[in-house]
Design a binder for this molecule. Structure first.
Ligand code: ZN
Length: 62
């Protein structure tokens, strides 16, 4: 138990993200102060076109 992943294995104990106040996902970055999912402190929701696929020539929203 000394070779390989020993030191890296500890990295999971550090919680970089916590639950987001707006979207509820565990994506709010503590040190950044920003949600990776919805971009929380920003007034607009974080959304990209590549998140969804075209469906009946329309953008699916989800
Ligand atoms: Zn969020």
């Amino acid at each position: 138990m000394t070779k390989g992943t020993a030191a890296r294995g500890k990295r999971t104990s550090q919680r970089t993200h916590m639950q987001c106040r707006r979207c509820g996902n565990r994506s709010y970055h503590k040190r950044k102060g920003q949600c990776a999912y919805c971009g929380f402190p920003a007034p607009k929701l974080r959304r990209y076109s590549w998140q969804t696929k075209n469906f009946n020539n329309r953008r699916r929203i989800d």
